[in-house]
Design a protein around this ligand. Structure first.
Ligand SMILES: [Zn+2]
Length: 267
């Protein structure tokens, strides 16, 4: 168990959320507020809606990635958006996170070379473009052991497609990094704070073509509550994806313990 990380900002955000949920007053919101307000270092609530538990899991994720691949030369940092992760704002109650995790795990296992180890986590943002078409975008940040070749990236890109109607302009991003950056890249996979991502068309001064840019902003109170109520249905480790890795059972509800399984198939 890594040390419980106490960030004042996180604690304040967690307290604010509890207050907002209490104000809503419906039974589901009340119950969630009750669970979250009871979260303690020695008895974590373990809810995905809990900022404190997510930050703790972030630390666990970093340590897990480092234990697995700290001695490697390279890791590939992947970001993947699948069409299944796009949900219209206001409709999160019908979204099945577990199904997303299951489907993408099967899909990625098939797309990656046999035996490739990967460890990822779901992130979510509320995306808009020119303040229109607000939608939740559940997407993956994944660390993959080693370097992915061009053919492998092509396979990923032909499966996860660009889809403008869903606001997906780049479905797959990949960057090979040295493992000296592993901690910061792994830390990026698990978010404590979820954001609104406001896209717009930026016009360069030089007269070149306009390009898509975005700004990250905080979620509004209403948006944060919608997300928390949906997240409150899941355990904090529900968005974890482990491929070609064996998960060890540990008593601590926030622990991520993984082992290599078998040798990589070469050639
Ligand atoms: Zn908690």
């Amino acid at each position: 168990m890594t040390k419980w990380r106490k960030h004042t900002q996180a604690q304040t955000a967690a307290d604010d959320l509890v207050k907002r949920l209490r104000k809503i007053g419906d039974p589901q919101a009340k119950q969630l507020a009750k669970n979250l307000s009871r979260c303690r270092e020695d008895d974590p609530c373990g809810s995905l809606a809990c900022r404190l538990c997510r930050e703790q899991v972030q630390g666990e994720f970093i340590e897990a990635a480092f234990r697995l691949w700290g001695e490697e030369s390279f890791v590939t940092a992947l970001t993947i958006i699948s069409r299944n992760g796009i949900v219209e704002e206001g409709h999160l109650d019908g979204f099945d996170l577990n199904a997303l995790v299951r489907r993408d795990r099967v899909r990625l296992k098939r797309l990656l070379p046999e035996g490739t180890e990967a460890l990822g986590f779901v992130d979510v943002s509320l995306n808009t473009f020119d303040n229109a078409n607000p939608h939740w975008c559940f997407h993956w940040h994944i660390c993959v052991r080693g370097e992915l070749g061009k053919a492998e990236l092509r396979r990923l890109r032909s499966s996860y497609r660009h889809d403008e109607s869903a606001g997906i302009y780049r479905a797959v991003r990949a960057e090979v990094i040295g493992t000296d950056e592993l901690r910061s890249v792994a830390g990026y996979c698990v978010k404590g704070d979820f954001k609104r991502r406001s896209g717009f068309l930026a016009t360069p001064r030089s007269g070149r073509n306009p390009y898509r840019d975005h700004r990250e902003q905080s979620l509004s109170k209403r948006e944060a509550v919608e997300l928390a109520l949906a997240m409150g249905n899941y355990e904090v480790l529900a968005p974890l994806m482990a491929i070609s890795l064996k998960r060890k059972r540990v008593n601590w509800p926030l622990a991520i313990r993984l082992q290599h399984i078998g040798a990589r198939v070469s050639g």
